[in-house]
Ligand binder design. Structure first.
Ligand code: PEP
Ligand code: MN
Length: 338
């Protein structure tokens, strides 16, 4: 941590800051110029609240130089993590594509979706059985029936399953049907849920919160990793900004930032990221080009009658087209799509 004192801070103020830092267990190195004094505080204190120093008399500014997360960081683990979901690896050379409807609606709908996405080259079937809807009057998902339908459809087409865990009390139920649990954007900072997801032992797809910074997102990943579950995959799904032309703003710069800071695989979800069907393919291409380890795409046999997120869901033919395009982009950057 670096503490910059105000111009004209007097000796007693500087000494009081040094004493406070020492009391908190830091080694302090002092450097005084003609105008200002700068204090370097060395010590591993991931939990330290820098406001303890900011509020002292004579302090101008305080900067942390170390990351508050440990297991999620590149400095802790240099090699990229490869998360295994069923028999699919996320984070290797091959891109992992997860696709399917927003919600599981019926046996026919999920079977048709599984067949189409598998044929086009997706390896993981997505679909919600418990849906986090903004309105309590909207379709909330089919619950366990939806999970059963999804498992059956995935098995019939050699796909793994990813679905959202919304409630800690559903954890055991989830474990019976899914290969990966999704933590939705609205629950990114639901800390008891993160712990439960970590304890389940299944790989976890952690979506970025609607207004979460990258650091907050990595701190949420840390909750899961701290439960001894190394298989965390981050999913950029767009954040809230002042822009209204798209549902969210897909922050693709998060991909290279995460790759530099963390060893965890990163997936891009342009469906929720844009919220508009004809924006999904261009942003999926961009996500792959930015270095994502895979994509999550909403696809529906009849998007116009979908019970949730129809306007951002692709028709089967569009999904096929998307897969053809990303196959070519993947090749250019040394990646592969089956
Ligand atoms: C979803 O994947 O359907 C979903 C609800 O995503 P998010 O949590 O990103 O809104
Ligand atoms: Mn959705």
């Amino acid at each position: 941590m670096v503490v910059v004192m105000e111009v004209g801070a007097d000796e007693s103020q500087i000494e009081s800051v040094i004493a406070t830092l020492s009391d908190h267990g830091f080694d302090v190195h002092r450097s005084s110029g003609s105008q200002r004094t700068v204090l370097g505080a060395v010590g591993v204190q991931p939990d330290f609240d820098k406001r303890h120093i900011e509020l002292l008399e004579g302090v101008y500014t305080v900067h942390r130089v170390s990351e508050p997360y440990k297991f999620a960081s590149r400095s802790w683990k240099k090699e990229p993590t490869e998360a295994k979901v069923g028999n699919v690896v996320i984070g290797g050379k091959e891109l992992a594509v997860m696709a399917g409807p927003c919600s599981v609606e019926s046996e026919e709908q999920i079977h048709a979706s599984a067949e189409a996405v598998a044929k086009a080259g997706a390896r993981i079937l997505r679909g919600g059985a418990f849906k986090p809807r903004s309105s309590p009057y909207s379709f909330q998902g089919l619950g366990e029936d939806g999970l059963k339908m999804m498992r059956k459809a995935a098995d019939a087409h050699g796909l793994a399953v990813v679905t959202e865990l919304m409630d800690p009390s559903h954890a055991d139920l989830m474990a019976r049907y899914t290969d990966m649990v999704q933590i939705g954007a609205r629950n990114m900072q639901n800390f008891p849920l993160l712990r439960v997801a970590g304890q389940l032992g299944l790989p976890v797809l952690l979506k970025r919160g609607l207004s979460a910074t990258i650091q907050e997102w990595l701190m949420s990943a840390e909750y899961i990793l701290a439960e001894d579950n190394p298989n965390v995959v981050l999913c950029e799904r767009g954040i809230r900004t002042f822009e209204t032309m798209t549902r969210n703003t897909l922050d693709l710069s998060a991909v290279p930032v995460l790759k530099a800071r963390s060893h965890l695989p990163v997936i891009v979800d342009p469906s929720h990221g844009t919220g508009i069907r004809n924006k999904v393919i261009p942003m999926a291409r961009a996500g792959v080009a930015a270095g994502a380890d895979g994509l999550m795409i909403e696809v529906h046999p009849d998007p116009d009658t979908a019970l949730s997120d129809g306007p951002q869901s692709l028709y089967f033919s569009q999904f096929e087209e998307l897969m053809t395009q990303i196959r070519r982009i993947a090749e250019v950057i040394g990646r592969k799509v089956v």
